[in-house]
Design a protein around this ligand. Structure first.
Ligand code: NAD
Length: 427
């Protein structure tokens, strides 16, 4: 028997626990434990050397009771269908918790894009959509970028889909460049969304932004915009961290009186790595990888990778920390989560805290489907409204029932999907 971690088994266990709390009946449990539809297919590609290579592709639609499935396409050498199933399931809950009218989907291709030329990548994108074009689209299932896929890949997929469909359907995919139907504000959306939820949590604790200090893991897309927004709202960000490719280790960069996010951005490469010599010359202390975790701050934002707050390091969290806002997906292991729960730290769970990205993708889809594009401040205003409403619904339920924030968020999301299934007569 294999003891390897299986993400889908974990997603099903989480669901089973919440289904029990909600006392869902057996029919709805059977329906929501597994994806509604899965497509598995081969994609033959003529490689640059003239040979043909056959890649394996997937698209999984976990549930579309609340609207078209939504979720990214990953290019990854270790992709498995169970990972895609788990990610599709989590997308269903994420869209439901922020109350956008979309379901959950995910797709992937087993490949390593580092070993593929741009022409081969284009052929793979076009080949992927040819295999599922009948089953996805603006009213069925709307893909987006994910691990190792980017806006250019999305445009190739759109272009091939439109050739097959014989018309313009920019709402069939999101994460496109602004020049081809992308939304303004998408770059900022996830990091800003994290901070909107933090701002609302502070209000509930009667704390003001001006009096709080924060420490952040990572300095990529999410962490950069979370830092900028926190500082704009008056908070002090004392530390950020990043992976250093030269040294093959990550470092924390600290400035006790507050980092200058724009300065750090000016010395950060496109992979989110800060130039250590320039940072040190500007007076930043360079500390070890996990030093971001034991700063004397009120807020921690893990915004780099999964499995970062673990049983081995959770005790390092300073006694003044009040909030952990999970910018990254799955940054806290279940064992560490138990410790946060016992210590009474207020956790804003990943699928709520980082839902700004998918919310803005939904806005992109709406703008494309109506062929009318909003100014950036309107996108961000609507994003703020969505995140704020979603946060308080979860915090209210957590307060009323005494359930941990993560469990309350799952309860709201799963109940919304279950209700939609019931109303449709599915279970
Ligand atoms: P990114 O690639 O832009 O940045 C990742 C950052 O983490 C970089 O600064 C990198 O140096 C740093 N990093 C990598 N390994 C590290 C380590 N071991 N220790 C410390 N820092 C390390 O990625 P991103 O888009 O900012 O995404 C960050 C997390 O947020 C991921 O878990 C991602 O799945 C999640 N997320 C992102 C979005 C989005 O819209 N970008 C949406 C939802 C969730």
């Amino acid at each position: 028997m294999s003891h390897e971690f299986n993400a889908f088994t974990m997603a099903q266990r989480q669901f089973d626990a919440v289904a029990e709390l909600l006392q869902l009946d057996d029919g709805i449990r059977d329906l929501l434990r597994v994806p509604q539809r899965e497509y598995h297919f081969t994609i033959p590609i003529r490689m640059d050397d003239g040979s043909v290579k056959v890649f394996r592709g997937f698209r999984v639609q976990h549930n579309d009771a609340r609207g078209p499935a939504k979720g990214g396409i990953r290019f990854h050498p270790q992709e498995t269908v169970d990972t895609v199933r788990a990610l599709a399931t989590w997308m269903t809950w994420k869209c439901a918790v922020v109350d956008i009218p979309l379901g959950g989907g995910k797709g992937g291709v087993i490949c390593d894009p580092h070993n593929l030329s741009p022409r081969e990548q284009e052929a793979l994108c076009r080949g992927w959509v040819r295999q599922v074009s009948k089953n996805i689209g603006p009213i069925n299932d709307v893909p987006a970028p994910d691990v190792m896929t980017n806006p250019q890949h999305m445009v190739w997929i759109l272009d091939e889909y439109e050739k097959l469909a014989g018309g313009h359907y920019p709402g069939m995919i999101t994460g496109k460049p602004v020049e081809v139907g992308g939304s303004l504000g998408r770059t900022e959306a996830t990091g800003y969304g994290v901070v909107y939820t933090v701002r609302e949590a502070l209000k509930r604790m009667n704390l003001s932004m001006g009096e709080i200090r924060a420490s952040i893991q990572g300095f990529g897309n999410v962490a950069q915009y979370a830092s900028k927004k926190l500082i704009e709202l008056g908070a002090t960000v004392v530390a950020v961290s990043c992976w250093d490719n030269d040294d093959q280790i990550s470092y924390t960069y600290k400035k006790a009186d507050g980092i200058d996010a724009d300065f750090l951005l000016s010395i950060t490469n496109r992979f989110g790595a800060i130039d250590k010599a320039k940072a040190e010359a500007a007076g930043y202390e360079r500390l070890e990888a996990n030093a971001w975790l034991d700063q004397d701050v009120h807020i921690l934002i893990p915004a780099a990778l999964e499995n970062q707050i673990t049983a081995d390091n959770v005790e390092r969290i300073h006694s003044n920390v009040r909030i952990v806002a999970e910018g990254a997906n799955g940054p806290t292991t279940p064992e560490a989560d138990e410790v946060l729960k016992k210590r009474g730290i207020f956790v804003i769970p990943d699928f709520l805290a980082n839902a700004g990205g998918v919310t803005c993708s939904y806005f992109e889809q709406v703008q494309c489907n109506t062929n009318f594009f909003w100014p950036k401040d309107e996108v961000l205003k609507r994003l703020d409204q969505k995140m704020t409403t979603a946060f308080h619904a979860v915090a209210d339920l957590s307060e009323e029932t005494g359930e941990y924030m993560r469990d309350a968020a799952y309860m709201i999301a799963i109940q919304r999907v279950a209700t939609a299934c019931h109303l449709r007569g599915w279970a």
